[in-house]
Design a protein. Structure first.
Length: 158
């Protein structure tokens, strides 16, 4: 998908059906609109096994459709290879960050820079809360945070 000289980013949350596939789709659209999508490898994954094989949450899909962002993803768990093959692993909250740093410590050739996606938020909202038990409004909040953070991340790394 990406050229060998390209960059890569993996978005991660607990189940890979709400926050991380939203971030992945938002970033892919921004990279496409900026004409740089072919320079990036973009994916998302989960720290848990809860939702492996499932599509994104229907509320997240509805939110993305409302914003004209296409979303095609099947939930998967983070692998050891991800730490060796992605430049950036951007996660949503402290629990994801702890889990990822723990997994990365067992990978010999880990090269990924593991960060909170919210660390790129110009509005300084560091944590992107899980909307799973929330309302449509919570998915909208996740979309807005991901849009701000992905824009800043793309600008900083393009």
């Amino acid at each position: 998908m990406a050229a060998s000289s390209g960059k890569s980013v993996l978005f991660v949350c607990l189940g890979n059906i709400c926050r991380s596939p939203i971030a992945e789709a938002v970033f892919r659209k921004m990279a496409t609109d900026s004409g740089v999508v072919d320079k990036w490898r973009i994916d998302s994954a989960a720290t848990s096994t809860y939702e492996i094989g499932n599509p994104p949450d229907h509320r997240g899909q509805a939110c993305m459709k409302k914003h004209g962002v296409s979303m095609r993803h099947v939930a998967r768990q983070v692998t050891k290879d991800d730490f060796m093959s992605f430049d950036y692993i951007l996660c949503m909250d402290e629990s994801n960050l702890r889990d990822l740093n723990k997994k990365a410590s067992s990978v010999k050739n880990s090269k990924a820079k593991i960060e909170l996606l919210g660390s790129y938020d110009p509005e300084k909202q560091l944590i992107i809360q899980d909307p799973y038990y929330g309302s449509d409004k919570d998915f909208e909040t996740v979309y807005e945070q991901c849009a701000r953070c992905c824009k800043a991340f793309l600008e900083q790394h393009s």
